[in-house]
Ligand binder design. Sequence first.
Ligand code: 13P
Length: 343
Amino acid sequence: MKEKEAKVIIRQKKAELGDKLIILGHHYQSDEIIEFCDYTGDSLELARKASIIDKAETIVFCGVYFMAETASILAPGKRVYIPDPSAGCPLADMAKIKDVEHAWQFISRITRSITPVTYVNSSAELKAFCGRNNGAVCTSGNALKVFEWAFKTTDKIMFFPDKNLGRNTARLMGISDDLIKEWDPEKGSGGLNEKAVQAARVILWKGWCPIHWPEFSVSDVERVRKNYPGIKVIVHPESDPKTVKASDASGSTAQILNYVNSLPKGDNVAIGTEWNMVHRVSKKMQPDLNAIPLKEVRCADMAKITMEKLALTLSDLGKAHEVKVPDHVARDAKVALEIMLKV
Ligand code: 13P
């Protein structure tokens, strides 16, 4: 199918379905897809939107699988479709539920005063695990608030699966590095002993987002500062804590957009996150700024959502991929997700 043909089909189907359909799109989607989205946002905004959808019976999610799964859990009774179910998240895949349960058994024998918190970039099963164990889900937009919530009731947090977001958030709380330990699922007992678990305030699952880590480095920040004196640098908190420290600010994709929108015309700004969003900021959203990518890094999974696949999904929802989460998993995951929406 040619792009032109796909555009015609998408327009036609949107008109036919009217307010029975809502298309949600993450900021990392291409301009071509964003053009057809009724609502765009970061993970938190999209989850919030899904949870309050009223009229629409059908949600088509242009993003990666865990985002569509989250929408499906938060919008019971709606049908959620993703144009390509193979659009996954390597970070989410780094915490397998079996390994998590093994780790939790080991750690719970040493301490009961620990709350499991998972980043939204995780499987529905891991979210459900947190729901069953008095834990919560967070996004990069509210990780600090969720950490503060967890520390109200327990001494420690176990954070899955992004070690960088976990350390960056712990540092924001003033927790020193010697109180942050990493659980390596490749090692027996995670590479930790009883003493290390007892000493820890935060235990981080050893996972990372390959788009942000180790991609955005301190030397990238130094390079743009040298080339553009006075440049502002903002990065996503899935980046290396050293890079975050060397930058002027960090935040979720929506927080990055807010930061960029607050800069005066003509400023230079380097943005450390997925290229599609940086490109859109520079060409369309803030053409009066000199917004450059800290480095050109693209998410191959986000790019799997194409106009052709969106057109095929809308043309025949009966054949399209509907995202379904088993009831018992959705029930427990929703408990943890609702805390994410409430804090
Ligand atoms: P945001 O919540 O910042 O949009 O995170 C998206 C993401 O998965 C970053 O890799």
